[in-house]
Write a protein that binds this ligand. Structure first.
Ligand SMILES: Nc1ncnc2c1ncn2[C@@H]1O[C@H](COP(=O)(O)OP(=O)(O)OP(=O)(O)O)[C@@H](O)[C@H]1O
Length: 249
């Protein structure tokens, strides 16, 4: 049994009288793709914000790779490898796709020891960036300025920039939202390829994608974990079917 790479205990966030996440316990293993589903307003985005460090929890703890990161901010968590796709660095509109990916690769490495930093030259950054663009399917538009990208391509660029930073755990909040059918299919295929390499937490409303991709699924209802299990267990869970999947149908 693998030890959890990302573990939360009693994670809680309230806004006034509203408990948005309520004593959430998660255990996500290395290489696992773990989906969070739940009705609108269940607290999924709030949970992601707490994991990324954008929101400080009112109670509870977050351990990443055995280390308590609860008090760390976004950039510290990102540097330790726990990151959300768009957070690694800003997209520069006038720079090309390739230049943006290179900047992300460079930015994530500049905190290393200067000795290693100096070993990683322009050529290495270009090699890493080209490999990532190939993986994400952005290679054909590597020379397009980011400002000219369609919405779906831009989300793919954000994902490429996160991958260039060589994360250990990716937080993905509705990565397919607003994409065309073709673009969503490309992201599903990409996540299928990435699965196993990184821990991934995926919040997604597209149930077909969730059931195709997830190793395990946590169902959040009114901020509480209602159930956590494999896609088959979720499909056959009467309460989940009634409360969530029934609603989808
Ligand atoms: N900053 C805030 N102040 C007050 N209430 C908030 C705040 N952010 C979120 N909420 C409330 O917390 C609840 C959970 O919101 P959240 O966005 O986390 O849900 P969600 O599961 O991601 O929803 P969706 O599926 O619609 O994206 C909602 O009732 C929302 O109105």
């Amino acid at each position: 049994m693998n030890q959890a790479l990302l573990e939360t205990r009693g994670l809680t966030k309230r806004y006034g009288g509203l408990l948005v996440t309520d004593q959430v316990d998660l255990d996500i293993r290395p290489g696992e793709l773990h989906a969070i589903i739940g009705p609108n307003g269940a607290g999924k985005t709030t949970l992601v914000n707490q994991l990324s460090g954008e929101l400080r929890a009112d109670a509870g703890t977050i351990h990443f790779d055995g280390r308590n990161v609860s008090a760390l901010g976004v950039s510290h968590r990102a540097r330790s490898g726990l990151l959300r796709s768009y957070q690694i660095t800003a997209v520069f509109e006038e720079f090309t796709v390739r230049e943006n990916v290179m900047l992300a690769a460079h930015g994530a490495r500049r905190h290393g020891f200067s000795f290693f930093r100096s070993l990683l030259g322009q050529r290495d950054l270009a090699t890493i960036s080209d490999a990532v663009m190939m993986e994400v399917g952005l290679a054909p538009i590597g020379n397009t300025p980011a400002g000219e990208l369609a919405y779906g391509q831009r989300r793919q660029l954000e994902l490429a920039m996160a991958l260039a930073a060589e994360p250990r755990f990716l937080l993905l909040d509705e990565p397919m939202a607003g994409m065309s059918g073709q673009e969503s299919a490309a992201v599903v295929a990409l996540l299928q390829r990435l699965k196993g390499r990184y821990g991934i937490l995926l919040v997604e409303h597209d149930m077909e994608a969730v059931f195709a991709l997830a190793d395990r699924i946590t169902v959040l209802v009114y901020g509480k974990v209602m159930f956590c299990g494999t896609p088959d267990e979720i499909r056959n869970h009467p309460e989940v079917k009634a409360i969530y999947l029934g609603e989808e149908e």
